[in-house]
Design a protein around this ligand. Structure first.
Ligand code: PLP
Length: 338
């Protein structure tokens, strides 16, 4: 199954790529899985690793999904690409659009971190900032796609980004020598990373790359208290999430008040005996600083949120010395600095 290349297209056999087709690639994926004995000890868990997705092109795991989506869009002969974004998806689409020589338009809230907006401009997309949150940007992107014929790369409105994102799960399994940790903590906005990994694990199991008798990891959604639609739905044992009113958090990737994939996210949490936990802005800042200063990884606030959730779960006894925990740092801290 494995191709001899060191990016996510190593798993091309499980990705939407036709025979003989070249992917639109910037070397996405193949990110390090770094163990921190010190963090494990501090938090009271057996072992703890950070999967550092901040090392992807344009500094976030969004690169994986955009590499897959732009590869298909180019093959389909689209005239251009459009996306609404909380920031990183727009930067990633801009880069892959440039690599594919396709025009890109990005709709982003004006509150998007300035470093990310600067990247989008530098790599040559047409950037439209809008008042409000990603939902407001989504309406604009949809209208523009309808009038222009541009391919709308919005989260879960097309099938390919999730295929790219599932490679986080495939890669994790390979890095752990075809077994998985007992707990995966993932900072959840639109949820495609979590849904994609869950899909990837099912595929690996079906193909015999994972022991069918070994339990799959408990999937944990980490959110900010200022925007926690999945945490609220999980607490209500609901199968859908109600949109969050007035979403606020400095972890901009988590400012997604009405995720389209709510049912799929919740299903993965329930099926895996996982949980959804929200933490405060102060806890997110402390978690980010803790990753940075304990490990040297330059974490995004979303990664800090995930670590803060491990801390909360350890404090309530929901994870402990028996657990092997993988925390996803989904982006680089660089883009969030003023
Ligand atoms: C988009 C984003 C998220 C949320 O990811 P989903 O898979 O859509 O839930 C988390 N962290 C960062 C840095 C992001 O850019």
């Amino acid at each position: 199954m494995l191709r001899n290349r060191w990016d996510m297209w190593r798993y091309a056999a499980l990705l939407p790529l036709r025979d003989g087709e070249e992917p639109v690639s910037l070397g996405e994926g193949a990110t390090p899985l770094l163990e921190s004995r010190e963090l494990a000890q501090q938090l009271g868990v057996g072992r703890l690793w950070i999967k550092d997705e901040g090392l992807n092109p344009t500094g976030s795991f969004k690169a994986r999904g955009m590499s897959a989506a732009v590869t298909r869009a180019k093959a389909l002969g689209v005239p251009g690409l459009v996306v609404p974004t909380a920031g990183n998806a727009g930067a990633a689409l801009t880069a892959y659009g440039a690599a594919a020589r396709l025009p890109v338009r990005v709709y982003a809230p004006e509150t998007t971190p300035r470093g990310i907006l600067a990247t989008i401009r530098a790599l040559g997309a047409e950037l439209c900032t809008v008042p409000g949150h990603i939902g407001d940007a989504g309406a604009k992107a949809k209208a523009f796609a309808a009038e222009s014929g541009y391919f709308d790369v919005s989260t879960l409105r097309e099938p390919y980004r999730i295929e790219g994102k599932k490679t986080m799960g495939l890669e994790l399994a390979e890095q752990m020598e075809w077994r998985l940790p007992s707990v995966i903590v993932y900072p959840t906005g639109g949820g495609t990373g979590l849904i994609g990994m869950w899909k990837g694990f099912a595929e690996l199991r079906e193909m015999g790359w994972l022991d069918p008798k070994a339990p799959l990891p408990r999937m944990v959604t980490a959110q900010a208290e200022g925007c926690a639609p999945i945490v609220r739905a999980f607490a209500e044992h609901a199968d859908r999430a109600r949109p969050w009113e007035n979403p606020t958090t400095h972890a901009s990737g988590l400012r997604v008040p009405g995720p389209l994939g709510d049912r799929l996210i919740l299903r993965a949490l329930y099926e895996s005996s996982g949980v959804a936990v929200a933490v405060s802005e102060a806890a997110i800042r402390a978690g980010t600083a803790r990753i940075d200063r304990t490990t040297g990884i330059d974490a995004a606030p979303e990664g800090g949120c995930a670590l803060a959730v491990v801390e909360a779960l350890a404090a309530s006894g929901q994870v402990g010395p028996q657990d092997e925990v993988v925390v996803f740092n989904t982006g680089s801290g660089v883009a969030y600095r003023e």
